[in-house]
Design a protein around this ligand. Structure first.
Ligand code: GLA
Length: 381
């Protein structure tokens, strides 16, 4: 949707012109899964798919939300009283923007009511961070309109807090950082402990490569509860080792750490996190050396670890990965939280049609697209 069309849709809903338009992308994670809440390393990049918001301030303390985005509540206007926003008090998709406004105000920022019209091209429920895109576009628009100037990192942390406290999901910060901080043509290496960021050039086309994103279009019901249990398990393992976080287990000390842990589940969780942090470092070293095709086996090893040690893959994700590899993909893995959602497949340009068609046959319900790293959140126009 063009900026003019976004503005026109706002006017149709709210009967006046918006003050501006903003966009925030979804993401895929190249490598570094479930490492964010273990103080470790992640490496997402922004999708060209965005959630867009046309926004105008209101001075009567009301927040009015409307969405034309399939899956995030196409329908009527949701109207909320800013003074009455409270964790747990909002239902459905509107709790994400409500959470952002509440969190900004809780943090002392002078942000008030607004009319907001959303549209989105981020597949909802595909594990591609449609909710982080919704949070970040809302936070960016409200802070800019109300003259608050957080850094992008602060903005992302506020959005994460809004999801943790208001929505009640114990997520890490990767998705919000990806949407707020990624840059076009790069994957973002983030050290979650220090919050140090590095934009790593990720130019697939220059090397005759492609990256497919395959949305399995399944999300298994236990996904939400399982995330909290995995996080708690990782924290229990770190505590059993007397460490602040599993990040503090050096790769060379993994065997000793495993021997010191009391049960198999904690050992499996620990092995995934420690080897996954190592895989992020391997991928960075390969990209820095201009050896993009060689990251394939590292991505695949990440999938095996998520499937066998972290145990968060599912039949549909495994079908996509196995089919892609059997047809000659360079590497493939699930991406995101797990139990459904999407997989990524690295392949040579010449193999794209063959491998893509094989995936279509193996999992007919899936939807796929080829992608490159897009820009992070920005104001339109
Ligand atoms: C979800 C969470 C992230 C991260 C990933 C797994 O996307 O929102 O914080 O933990 O799962 O890497």
């Amino acid at each position: 949707m063009t900026e003019a069309a976004l503005g026109a849709a706002f006017t149709e809903v709210f009967g006046r012109a918006p003050e501006g338009g903003w966009a925030a992308p979804g993401r895929v994670n190249l490598i570094g899964e479930h490492t964010d809440y273990n103080d470790g390393f992640v490496m997402p990049f922004a999708l060209p798919h965005t959630t867009r918001a046309a926004v105008a301030r209101r001075d009567d303390g009301r927040l009015r939300l409307h969405s034309a985005a399939t899956g995030i509540g196409a329908g009527g206007v949701v109207e909320l009283d800013v003074a009455r926003l409270a964790p747990g008090a909002t239902e459905g998709w509107a709790r994400y923007p409500a959470a952002v406004l509440w969190t900004l105000r809780e943090a002392g920022h002078p942000v008030g009511g607004a009319d907001i019209h959303y549209t989105s091209t981020v597949p909802v429920g595909g594990g591609l961070s449609s909710s982080a895109a919704l949070q970040v576009v809302t936070a960016l628009a409200l802070t800019e309109l109300y003259g608050v100037e957080p850094t992008r990192q602060e903005l992302a942390l506020l959005c994460q807090r809004s999801e943790n406290v208001y929505v009640g999901a114990p997520v890490g910060v990767m998705d919000q950082i990806a949407s707020a901080c990624c840059t076009e043509g790069h994957a973002l290496h983030l050290d979650v402990r220090s919050m140090a960021q590095r934009q790593v050039p990720f130019d697939l086309a220059a090397e005759g490569l492609r990256l497919l994103v395959v949305d399995t279009r399944v999300k298994h019901a236990h996904a939400d509860g399982a995330y909290g249990e995995l996080r708690a398990g990782c924290e229990a393992a770190a505590a059993a080792l007397g460490l602040p976080a599993l990040r503090d287990v050096a790769y060379g000390d993994l065997d000793a750490a495993l021997a010191a842990l009391p049960d198999d589940r904690l050992r499996r969780l620990t092995r995934h996190i420690v080897t996954e942090n190592r895989r992020v470092e391997e991928v960075i070293a390969l990209l820095d050396a201009g050896r993009t095709a060689d990251i394939g086996p590292v991505l695949t090893a990440g999938h095996v670890s998520l499937r066998d040690d972290f145990r968060i893959s599912c039949a549909e994700l495994d079908v996509v990965v196995d089919t892609a590899l059997a047809e000659g993909a360079l590497g493939a893995r699930m991406t995101g939280g797990g139990f459904g959602g999407s997989a990524i497949v690295l392949l040579e340009e010449s193999a794209e049609e063959r491998i893509g068609s094989a995936i279509d046959r193996a999992l007919p319900q899936s939807r796929r697209f080829t992608t490159v790293p897009g820009p992070g959140a920005h104001r339109l126009g």
